[in-house]
Write a protein that binds this ligand. Structure first.
Ligand code: HEC
Length: 291
């Protein structure tokens, strides 16, 4: 049952995460559990990464591992000469402008006809009391116009999102938390999930993407959590295809041998809300490519 034994490298990352985590906690301002303050959280989060990686420019946080590793950056620049997401981008653009049977298009479902709006997702819907991700909004639009919903992790969904991200490149994340206790609760739910340890390896998202950010894990360099969603959807060589944020959440959950939730589960939507809010001010770079 070798699967149950963490690799030596994972154990090393765990140790490092433990040590750095203690340092980080010492630096992060203390906060009473009863008074969530997202903006104070965001400023502390940002300051932490700026201090860890002083050379990274604001526009580069959305480039994940490439922002913090020169070797990976060279590989990436080579890949970007013929970006492997180009096919998906083309498909997404075509689909986005296709007319549904009722004569409408996706543009009819979105503010600003869906162009240049990626940075505003996910948003908190005060009518339903839920976090609405771009994927949910796309499927709602389809269903409202007599189309079947799409798989949330890859395929046409990733292509449509690639096109919508592309029209939003350079626009900084601008996630709002409306004055509604349910919105604050959703944010807190996402925040708690991000920092909670789980799975057989007892890792939290933060163990790898905060404390061990910039470290090597197998062939990968761990992306810093600041701006970590700005490049989505991404093409990954080990997937051999495009994947959405939901696909990445699922595979990171599996990495620590914890049972993933269903795509667009409430917890994943709240997690996306929290992480996107933490990245307010970081420009959209999607779609992205990873070797
Ligand atoms: C055992 C370490 C580990 C843990 C724990 C982990 N991840 Fe990851 N994650 C990775 C690796 C490895 C990659 C691929 C390299 C990279 O981009 O960081 C990755 C990539 C990502 C990416 C894509 C980054 C990019 O720019 O391509 C996101 C988003 C992400 N993880 C989110 C999460 C979330 C949310 C959690 C908690 C549910 C989590 N991860 C937990 C190891 C981890």
């Amino acid at each position: 049952m070798h699967l149950l034994i963490p690799s030596a490298r994972l154990r090393q990352v765990a140790l490092l995460a433990g040590a750095l985590g203690a340092m980080a906690l010492a630096r992060m301002p203390a906060r009473a559990a009863t008074t969530p303050n997202p903006e104070a959280d965001r400023l502390a989060f940002r300051a932490y990464f700026k201090q860890r990686f002083p050379a990274v420019k604001n526009g580069d946080w959305g480039n994940g591992p490439y922002a913090v590793n020169a070797g990976m950056r060279q590989q990436w620049e080579a890949i970007m000469q013929f970006p492997p997401y180009d096919f998906a981008l083309g498909d997404g653009e075509k689909e986005f402008h296709r007319r549904f049977a009722d004569g409408k298009t996706y543009a009819d479902c979105f503010p600003d006809k869906g162009i240049g709006i990626r940075q505003n997702y996910p948003y908190f819907d005060t009518k339903t009391g839920k976090v609405i991700t771009l994927g949910i909004a796309i499927n709602r639009c389809r269903v409202a116009n007599g189309e079947k919903p799409l798989n949330y992790q890859k395929g046409l969904m990733a292509s449509i999102e690639a096109y919508m991200a592309h029209t939003s490149r350079g626009k900084p994340f601008d996630i709002k938390i409306p004055n509604d206790p349910r919105a604050l609760a959703a944010y807190e739910d996402g925040r708690k999930f991000f920092y909670s340890r789980r799975g057989q390896l007892n890792f939290s998202c933060a163990s790898c993407h905060v404390q061990a950010a910039g470290q090597r894990l197998r062939g990968d360099i761990l992306a810093p959590a600041l701006g970590i969603l700005a490049a989505f959807p991404i093409y990954r060589s080990d997937w051999g295809s495009m994947g959405t944020i939901q696909r990445r959440f699922t595979s990171c959950n599996v990495q620590v041998r914890s049972v993933p939730f269903k795509p667009q589960d409430k917890t994943y939507r709240d997690l996306e809300y929290f992480l996107s809010y933490m990245s307010n001010g970081v420009p959209i770079t999607g779609p992205g490519a990873r070797p």
